[in-house]
Write a protein that binds this ligand. Structure first.
Ligand code: ADP
Ligand code: MG
Length: 284
């Protein structure tokens, strides 16, 4: 059996100078090539978990920590952030935190990590152009990153991470600044990368998208792990909404139909927009 990309063992963390643990007793694994979605209400510990997966906890945020987080079998607390960044890429919840604030152009911003790794200039130019094309930033390469819209900064933030070709990609609500079409585009890219073998951990609040993308869903509430399983298992769980965890509309519809005797209550997670699944469930 191959080594898990990420392994979290009874992990708890309390930020310095706070009273409450932000996450408690988290335990799960993400196999290589897996797609884990993390869901839960605001303040449930999703960003804290991301910080721990990429080593910002304990290397940047200090506090009280129990348990371990391992990347490809190595404890993140024993590796440097620089070492970790060769395996794992992180797209922050706030894309403005991702900017270097030293690059004068989008091209320089995208190339920033490559520069730090001493990648030759010719190769750098090719990779910047390729990633700009993927993320539809072609026309913006000479612009100042500080003059971009939020959605454009979000694309640049993703680009500056993807250009390093990480084995594991951690995305913390990475499309909040984008319109629905822009978000779908980003998710198509992430899904394609996952199909090509990249391990993905994604925090997202769009439950339809989660059900569509994830092979495993982790639901958090108040820092506790309240559900872990396939989208079908997790969204099919009774009482999840009472835990403050949102569920996809089509699950709600399927439940309502089964309660009124119109369907057998088995949740189908198929491709396609919600409305089609709803029509299907209603036999239209
Ligand atoms: P989510 O991403 O699910 O909204 P967070 O991980 O941001 O949740 O927050 C979980 C808890 O940790 C919250 O109570 C929050 O106030 C606290 N927290 C988050 N970041 C910090 C920080 N840098 N310092 C202190 N407390 C924090
Ligand atoms: Mg968050």
């Amino acid at each position: 059996m191959s080594e898990a990309a990420l392994r979290v063992e009874d992990f708890s963390f309390r930020y310095r100078d706070t009273k409450r643990y932000a996450v408690r007793h988290l335990s799960f694994e993400v196999p290589q090539g897996g797609f884990l979605c993390v869901v839960g209400p605001n303040g449930s510990g999703k960003s804290t978990l991301c910080n721990a997966l990429v080593g910002l906890i304990p290397h940047h945020f200090t506090g009280k920590l129990h348990g371990t987080v391992s990347v490809f079998g190595s404890d993140v607390s024993k590796k440097t952030i620089a070492d970790l960044s060769t395996d794992i890429g992180f797209v922050f919840q706030n894309p403005f935190n991702q900017l270097s604030y030293t690059a004068n152009t989008v091209a320089e911003e995208l190339a920033y990590g490559l520069c730090n790794r001493g990648v030759p200039r010719d190769e750098m130019v090719v990779r910047v152009e390729a990633i700009a094309h993927t993320l539809r930033l072609d026309g913006l390469l000479e612009r100042n990153p500080l003059e971009l819209s939020g959605g454009q900064v979000q694309r640049v933030a993703l680009g500056s991470t993807l250009i390093l070709n990480p084995k594991i990609l951690v995305l913390d609500e990475c499309t909040t600044q984008l319109d629905p079409l822009g978000s779908e585009e980003i998710f198509d890219i992430v899904r394609a990368l996952n199909e090509d073998g990249m391990t993905v951990v994604m925090v997202d609040h769009d439950m339809e998208r989660v059900a569509r993308c994830a092979d495993t869903v982790l639901a958090l509430r108040d820092g506790n792990q309240v559900a872990l399983g396939t989208p079908r298992e997790v969204f099919g769980m009774a009482g999840l909404e009472e835990q403050g965890v949102d569920i996809p509309d089509f699950v709600r519809v399927t439940r309502a139909l089964s309660a009124s005797g119109l369907a057998d209550g088995d949740i189908e997670l198929t491709e396609g927009p919600t409305i089609e699944r709803v029509r299907e469930a209603m036999g239209r």
